[in-house]
Every structure is written in C-alpha cells, then in structure tokens.
Design a protein around this ligand. Structure first.
Ligand SMILES: Nc1ncnc2c1ncn2[C@@H]1O[C@H](COP(=O)(O)OP(=O)(O)O)[C@@H](O)[C@H]1O
Ligand SMILES: [Mg+2]
Length: 236
C-alpha cells in the first residue's frame, strides 16, 4: 500500500455567487491510489472536482499537491503541475477529429511535456481506428475514451474523472475501467473519480469518500467498499 500523500484537501469552502456549496471538505489521496467520491445528485461532487483542478475559486481552505500549496494556482498551472481532468459530460471538441483532439492535449502538455499519442492508441485502439473521424459523430463511449486519452497525453500524476461511465454502454465502461487500472499499474497514475454507477465503483475503487451536502462525511475502505454500503449512498 502506498503511503506517500500526493493530495491533501483541508477544510475547503467554495460555491457560486454568494451561495456556498462546498462547506469544509477535507480529503487526502496517496500516490498510486484509486479513490472514488460518491454521493447523491447535487451534493457538490462536480463542484469539488472543479475546485481541485482550479476551474472554480477556493473561498477558504487549502489544496496541497505534491507538497506544494496550489490553492491559488490557475487551472493551467495546476495542469502543468500534474493534474489531469476529464469533466462530467466529456467535453471533447466535437468539430475536430480524434487526432486533432489529442493534439490539443499535447499542446497543453504535462510534466516534462511528455507526449504520448501512441500510448493513448495502445490503451484505446478504437481511437486509432477512428483517428480521422470528427469527434462529435462518435458514440458517447468513444468520446469518453477520447477525453481520457486527451488528459493522458499530459501524463498526469493525478487523473480526476467526473462520472466516466455516465451514459455509456457496459462493454465500453468495462474497457475504460481496465484502462484506468492499467494507467495506475503501468504509468503510476493516481486516480480520483466521481461515480454513481455501482458496478464501476466496485470494479475500481479501493477507497471511497462519501459526500453529503457539501461535506465529506464518511469513507469506505477495503471490504466496506461493497454493494450494500455503496448502494445505500447512491439512493436518490
Ligand atoms: N455553475 C453553477 N452555478 C450555480 N450553481 C451551480 C452551478 N453548478 C452547480 N451548481 C449547484 O451546486 C450544487 C452542487 O452541484 P454539483 O457539484 O454539480 O453536484 P453533483 O456533481 O454532486 O451532482 C447544486 O445545487 C447545483 O445546482
Ligand atoms: Mg456532478
């Protein structure tokens, strides 16, 4: 079990306008872990992910990444520091080809500016077959693979995925789960993901944080990450 901590979130507050959504979130992630954040709709999971990667300003609290306080850094600086982000709903460039989308990932770059398009095609051979296809015409599952591939090109130390299985057929979800586990095993990528899909959570999460109304209220570890406990947290 890895012990070195790469992400430490302490008493985070953030929101929209004057409305607080995150109300003192604390969590931590060690190198090489795959950690889920689960909870019902609207509790602030996506808001937390946006805050972690710097798309939403932190009101109070701190985010420490690789022993650096990144709380005040802009999103692009956090990407250079080693954050990768796959937003909810994927958000690929629909008018651009697969190849062009991946080139955008290269431009954004990552630590040491590593460029890994061939590696992306190894994990997602479907993308290679479709590399000249316009992204907006592909299936949801293919677009999700592309969004993940685009983030992978920056060789992130920490990959953050917001509901990667949403609206995707089960066979592709399984392929994505396998790919995420391979990133960890082969590239040393640490992964934090938000999910509502029970099977995906049970398939990849070693640990889960449970979020309720803007706070992390519990965590599940080891054998406690089971169907009964997870289902209880997802009920609407
Ligand atoms: N851009 C936004 N502007 C204002 N309120 C928002 C915005 N995005 C989300 N919210 C509100 O913040 C709360 C948490 O949303 P979100 O983080 O998307 O929850 P989750 O991802 O857990 O479903 C919800 O009440 C939602 O309506
Ligand atoms: Mg969400």
């Amino acid at each position: 079990m890895p012990t070195d901590r790469i992400l430490e979130v302490s008493e985070l507050w953030a929101g929209y306008g004057a409305t607080p959504i995150l109300q003192g979130v604390s969590m931590s992630v060690s190198r090489g872990e795959i950690v889920g954040v689960i909870g019902r709709n609207g509790v602030g999971k996506s808001t937390l992910m946006r805050c972690l990667i710097g798309l939403l300003e932190t009101w109070r609290g701190t985010i420490t990444f690789l022993d650096q306080d990144v709380t005040q850094l802009q999103a692009d600086a956090r990407a250079r520091a080693g954050f990768g982000y796959i937003p909810q709903g994927r958000d690929v460039f629909p008018q651009m080809s697969v190849e062009e989308n991946l080139q955008v990932g290269e431009l954004i770059g990552g630590p040491e500016g590593k460029k890994l398009p061939e590696l992306v095609y190894e994990y997602f051979p479907r993308l290679k077959e479709r590399r000249r296809q316009v992204a907006g015409t592909m299936s949801g599952g293919e677009q999700q693979q592309l969004a993940i591939g685009r983030a992978l090109i920056g060789n992130p130390t920490l990959m953050i995925l917001d509901e990667p299985s949403e609206g995707i057929q089960p066979s592709i979800v399984q392929h994505i789960c396998d790919a995420l586990k391979s990133f960890r095993a082969e590239l040393g990528t640490t992964i934090v993901f938000v999910e509502q899909n029970l099977d995906t959570i049970l398939e990849i999460a070693e640990r889960c944080y449970i979020m309720e109304k803007g706070k992390i209220t519990r965590s599940l570890i080891g054998g406690d990450v089971n169907a009964d406990n997870v289902r209880a947290q997802l009920l609407l």
